[in-house]
Design a protein around this ligand. Structure first.
Ligand code: UD1
Length: 431
C-alpha cells in the first residue's frame, strides 16, 4: 500500500500566482547537526516540515538533544552528549547523517556512524570527509558497515585542501574546526549558500569563521560555543521547481522567500529558455513563453548549475523547441529518472554523463515511479503538462524534500491531489 500523487495535465492552462518557498532542507540539516557542538540553547526558524528533518531530530535525541518543534521553529539544546553511536535504523534513511561524524568527534572525542550506501544518484563515498577529519588528528576504522572515529591524541588545527569541493565534506570539516582551538584553513571548499548559512550560524554561536562562500575558509577555533537564534535560508531547489512549473505552462509566477543570488544560474537558464524574469527587491516574477527553447548546460559546483536542478530542467526541456544537451559532472549516474520520463513519451537518449533531449510538442500521461527527491519533482512537472492523468508513485521521496508541494501547486491552478494508502494493483485508469 502506497500514497500516490495524481496530476491532471493541463498544458494549455498557465499556472499563475504567488508562491513562497520554504526554508532549505539542505541548509537545515547541517545546522541541526551543528547544534551538537554546543551545550547551549539553539533556536532555528524557517525549518521546513519534512521527513528528513523529523529523522534528524530523532537522531539528535539519541545523542542527548532535547527539543521542541512547532511552526517551523526548533528550540534545541544538547547539554550533554549521552551516546556517540548513530542509530543505524535512522541514519540509513538519511545520507547526510555522515555529517554527524565531525561534530561528535569535536565535542565528544569519538563517533560511530554507519557508512552511507550508494543510491539512485551515485555511490556517495565519504573518502573526502575522512581525509579532512584525519588531518585534524582523527583516526578511523570500519567494521560491519560502521565507521568508528576516535581522537587518540586529541584534535589539532590543520591546513586542509579538498581535492573536490564536496558540500558534505566542507560542512563536516567546518563544524569540526570550529571546536578545535587554534587556526585552521580549509581550501578548495564548496561555496554553496548552505555552507555560507552554516558559517553564519556558527559565528552567531561565537565561532570565528571567515571566507565562507569563497574557495578558502579561515577558522579561529574555540574551546566552546554559546547560544544563538538563526533563520534558515530559502530553498533554492524548491524555488527552481516552481519557476519551472510556470515556465512549462506559459504561466506567470511571483516567487518569494529566496535570496536571488542563490538562484542566479537557474534564472540564467530560464532566460535562455525564453522566460522573462523581473527581479524585485523581495520577489521575482517569471513569465513563461508560449514555447520554451532548447538549451545546453553542464552541472557544476556552486555558482554553476546545481546538480539538484538537473532533473527539473531535463523535465522542462522534453517540451522545448529543439535539441538540448545536458552534461552531469557532479554525480556519476544521475540520469536514473530518464527511464521514467520516457514513459511520458519524452525523447531522451543518454550516453555516459550526457543526455540529449529532443523536445516534443505533446507528452502523454503515465503511471510513473519516483526514485529520488528531485526526480520525483521532475515527474510532477511532467504530469502538469502531459495529456491525461498522471499517477506518481513512491512519493515518500517527494516528502523528503518538498513541504506542502501539492497545495502550493494547487494555489497556482494545478489539478493535483494525493490519494493516501492506495493498493495500486487496483488503479487501472485515472485516479
Ligand atoms: C549535497 C546535497 C545534494 C547535492 C550535492 C551536490 C545535502 C543534504 N545534499 O550532497 O543534494 O546534490 O551536495 O551539490 O545537502 N564525493 C566523493 N567523496 C566524498 C564526498 C563526495 O567522491 O567524500 C563526490 C560525490 O560522490 C559526488 C561529488 O563528490 O560525485 C559531490 O558530492 P557532495 O558535494 O559531497 O554532495 P553531498 O554533500 O553528499
Amino acid at each position: 500500500m502506497v500514497d500516490i500523487v495524481c496530476i491532471e495535465g493541463q498544458k494549455h492552462i498557465p499556472l499563475s500566482g504567488e508562491v513562497t518557498v520554504g526554508g532549505a532542507k539542505n541548509a537545515s540539516l547541517p545546522l541541526l547537526f551543528s547544534t551538537l557542538l554546543t551545550a547551549q540553547k539553539c533556536i532555528l526558524s524557517n525549518i521546513p516540515d519534512l521527513e528528513d528533518i523529523l529523522v534528524t531530530l530523532k537522531i539528535l535525541k539519541a545523542f542527548g538533544a532535547e527539543y521542541s518543534y512547532k511552526d517551523g521553529v526548533i528550540d534545541i539544546t544538547t547539554k550533554k552528549i549521552i551516546s556517540t553511536t548513530a542509530p543505524y535504523g535512522l541514519v540509513k534513511s538519511l545520507r547526510a547523517s555522515f555529517w554527524l561524524m565531525g561534530p561528535l568527534l569535536a565535542r565528544a572525542g569519538s563517533a560511530a556512524v554507519s557508512l552511507p550506501g550508494g543510491d539512485a544518484i551515485g555511490t556517495r563515498p565519504v573518502d573526502l570527509h575522512l581525509k579532512a577529519l584525519s588531518e585534524f588528528g582523527a583516526e578511523f576504522r570500519m567494521e560491519h558497515g560502521v565507521v568508528y572515529g576516535t581522537t587518540p591524541g586529541g584534535l589539532r588545527p590543520a591546513d586542509i585542501t579538498l581535492p573536490f569541493p564536496s558540500v558534505g565534506a566542507t560542512h563536516n570539516a567546518l563544524m569540526t574546526a570550529t571546536l578545535i582551538p587554534g587556526k585552521s584553513v580549509l581550501r578548495g571548499v564548496a561555496k554553496e549558500p548552505e555552507v555560507v548559512d552554516l558559517a553564519k550560524f556558527l559565528n552567531s554561536l561565537g565561532a570565528d569563521i571567515q571566507g565562507a562562500g569563497t574557495d578558502e575558509i579561515y577558522i579561529n577555533g574555540k574551546k566552546e560555543l554559546g547560544s544563538a537564534t538563526h533563520s534558515v535560508i530559502g530553498d533554492r531547489i524548491e524555488a527552481a521547481t516552481y519557476l519551472l512549473a510556470g515556465a512549462m505552462t506559459a504561466g506567470e509566477i511571483v516567487l518569494k522567500g529566496i535570496d536571488q543570488d542563490s538562484i542566479r544560474s537557474t534564472l540564467h537558464l530560464l532566460k535562455e529558455m525564453g522566460c522573462e524574469i523581473t527581479n524585485h527587491e523581495n520577489y521575482i516574477v517569471l513569465q513563461g513563453p508560449e514555447k520554451l527553447k532548447a538549451i545546453n548546460f553542464s552541472t557544476a559546483p556552486f555558482p554553476g548549475v546545481a546538480t539538484d536542478v538537473q532533473p527539473l530542467f531535463l523535465a522542462a526541456l522534453t517540451i522545448a523547441e529543439g535539441v538540448s544537451e545536458i552534461k552531469e559532472t557532479v554525480f556519476e549516474s544521475r540520469f536514473g529518472h530518464v527511464a521514467e520520463y520516457r514513459r511520458f513519451g519524452a525523447d531522451i537518449s543518454v550516453d555516459g554523463r550526457t543526455a540529449i533531449v529532443k523536445g516534443k510538442s505533446e507528452l502523454s500521461s503515465a503511471p510513473v515511479e519516483a526514485h529520488d527527491i528531485r526526480a520525483a519533482a521532475g515527474l510532477v512537472l511532467l504530469g502538469l503538462v502531459a495529456d491525461g492523468t498522471t499517477q506518481v508513485r513512491e512519493i515518500h521521496h517527494l516528502d523528503r524534500g518538498y513541504e506542502k508541494m501539492e497545495s502550493k501547486l494547487r494555489n497556482l491552478g494545478a489539478k493535483i491531489s494525493r490519494i493516501p494508502s492506495v493498493d495500486f494493483r487496483e488503479i487501472v485508469f485515472g485516479c
